[in-house]
Design a binder for this molecule. Structure first.
Ligand code: SR1
Ligand code: MG
Length: 407
């Protein structure tokens, strides 16, 4: 039966997507034979890979459902698809080659089409296979510097910036982060999902620490009120596609105007998850040493290259007059790094305690090793939050983890 894609929104299955692509788009010939597979493995959306063998062409359709894929407890506006499409276009201009190409957005079906990146691999999976990506730090720091500085009041016309703030108001997805990142992991919330063996550590280290709770409240209010940059909002290693030479940042549906350090902190924390996975799962000492050396260097470079590139871009930019005042750059960067450390801390704790876990930890089969890896993440998370004023170099970020490890 012919579906009506033009009057009312419904969530599509693979057959609907085939019909949709053939009738609503001109990407393939009208009589093309299409193979459609739903390949999404994220927490929110449906992702369809469409392949046409004769001409060897392919396409991705991403559709937002009315509730999150992970649980219908999360009612999330499908308008996030518009946000994702618009920001991918903006990021494509600011950071060419570092995001997928987008082709069209459909406000009725709440879906968009984009470039198929099947030749890439999700970075979290690749890291769990102990693959290394020497260009990643360079690419991700270019992406972050360009997207974060270019959308800030430092360089943008303030009225144009405010128009962007308005267009990227993203209440449902912000609410998810406010709850899942800053609130629920820090008390015994029924929605948390604590590994049985780690429960006691969580109670002692996290839930009973009143100072830690106070600091997370400050970070939550920073997240909700500091409209500094148009941030990606969910920049973990599952939001990055990689090959040896290429990096593509995907899934910016959590984007909104928030603290720039939120993106940098998420990258750091997720590299630390990969580090802890490698630390407990690699048996051969030489392999372990070289893989952890790669990750250590990447963590250091993400911070240090970010700072270096940000400063160069800042100096070159045509800026808001007051941003030129002596001392303002140092103030701005130290606040950004403080948010980076605070966010890294919250991400390390929330992915261990909260509802949305990371595979880096959950795949660890040996219970003692998993408890060990989770405990390091919790302790490092606490240090990042409580001592967030003190970080200024990549080495200092890395040291938080390495100091905690059994030698
Ligand atoms: C209900 S969504 C859970 C998590 O998945 C996304 O990737 C975000 O990280 C969110 O916190
Ligand atoms: Mg995602």
């Amino acid at each position: 039966t012919q579906k009506d894609f033009e009057s009312a929104y419904f969530t599509m299955n693979e057959d609907d997507v085939r019909q949709y692509v053939l009738t609503q788009m001109t990407y393939f010939d009208k009589d093309a034979e299409l193979e459609v597979n739903e390949i999404g493995d994220g927490n929110l959306n449906y992702v369809f890979l469409i392949k046409e063998r004769k001409m060897n062409r392919s396409l991705i359709i991403k559709q937002a459902g009315p509730v999150a894929r992970i649980s219908d407890e999360f009612v999330v506006s499908p308008d996030r698809n518009r946000i994702e499409y618009d920001i991918l276009k903006l990021q494509g201009e600011s950071a060419p080659g570092l995001v997928p190409k987008v082709y069209h957005y459909d406000p009725i079906m709440n879906c968009m089409s984009m470039e198929d990146l099947s030749d890439h691999q999700i970075m979290r999976d690749a890291l769990m296979e102990k693959k290394t990506f020497p260009n990643f730090a360079d690419h991700i720091t270019t992406f972050m510097v360009n997207t974060l500085l270019n959308t800030s009041d430092v360089v943008m016309n303030h009225k144009e910036k405010k128009a962007l703030v308005k267009s990227f108001v993203n209440p449902d997805l912000c609410e998810i982060s406010e709850d899942l990142v800053f609130t629920e992991p820090f008390y015994d919330c029924p929605r948390n999902d604590v590994f049985k063996g780690s429960k006691e550590v969580v109670e002692n280290l996290i839930w009973s620490d009143e100072q830690l709770k106070l600091e997370t409240a400050k970070l939550k209010f920073e997240f909700m009120t500091n409209a500094q940059s148009l941030i990606h909002g969910d920049l973990h290693t599952g939001s990055v596609f990689v090959t040896k030479d290429s990096t593509k940042i995907i899934d910016p549906e959590f984007a909104f105007y928030g603290p720039a350090g939120y993106d940098v902190g998420n990258v750091i924390a997720n590299l630390i998850f990969a580090y802890m996975n490698g630390f407990v799962t690699i048996e051969n000492e030489q392999d372990k040493k070289s893989y952890l050396a790669y990750l250590s260097q990447t963590i250091i470079e993400v911070v240090d290259l970010f700072k270096a590139k940000f400063e160069i871009a800042w100096r070159k930019a045509d800026k808001e007059r007051t941003a030129e005042y002596s001392g303002f750059y140092n103030y701005y960067m130290s606040r950004l790094l403080k948010d980076t450390a605070g966010t890294a801390g919250c991400e390390l704790i929330r992915r261990t305690v909260g509802i949305a876990h990371v595979k880096d930890l959950t795949v660890i089969q040996n219970h003692e090793q998993r408890i060990y890896a989770e405990t390091i993440c919790l302790k490092a998370g606490k240090t990042f939050i409580l001592e967030r004023e003190t970080f200024s170099t990549g080495e200092e970020f890395l040291n938080v983890v390495t100091k905690l490890l059994d030698k």
